[in-house]
Design a binder for this molecule. Sequence first.
Ligand code: GRF
Length: 218
Amino acid sequence: MAATAKNKKLRVAVLASGGGSNLQCLLDRFPPGDDSPAPAQVVLVVSDRPGAGALERAARAGVHGEVVSPSEFAAAELFGARLLELFAQERIGLVVLAGYLKLVPPNVVARYSNRMINIHPALLPSFGGKGMYGSRVHEAVLRFGAKLSGPTVHFVNEHYDRGPVIAQRAVPVYFEDSAGQLAARVLEQEHELLPEVVDLIATGRVEVSGERVRIIRD
Ligand code: GRF
């Protein structure tokens, strides 16, 4: 079962390597503080890249931003320990990977089992895995000739783009599409799907049973 606090806002950390348009959607829907009626609030943004647009978005929203790069640490375990330290400081209940390109260390995956989600811009298990990010994903979809693509949100385990699927959205792939055009069509759906899933988790409507996820709708 995922985090289900009923009367307390779910405290969310977002890990992002890039521009952070998905992060922005989360900041807009789940702003920090108690003023909004949202069931969650983004309170921490962590990037592995000092220049990441995601950190600027965090600063603009008044959210604690940190740079934590795996290359600063002698071992994955130490990198994970630093992330866990930040998550503990901010009392994080849910970790969201939104355009995060690094593998999350096993000690973090273990501690945040079924409390860490990732968004991938294709319909997993296809077109995912190590090295499948950015335009590579969409190029692979076009090369294969798939007629449908779309975002997947899933719980994170110790493998890239694996773990129980929570939600997916299908978008059409057109013969004339460039990777950029397809990416834009998928991203539009990502911007709706990711906040929707965070809301479902924050309101206790996501249940995990082994590899399968049940969404409880009213
Ligand atoms: C998105 O397509 C996301 O699915 C992928 O990386 C992209 C990040 O976009 N993992 P942004 O940084 O949120 O704008």
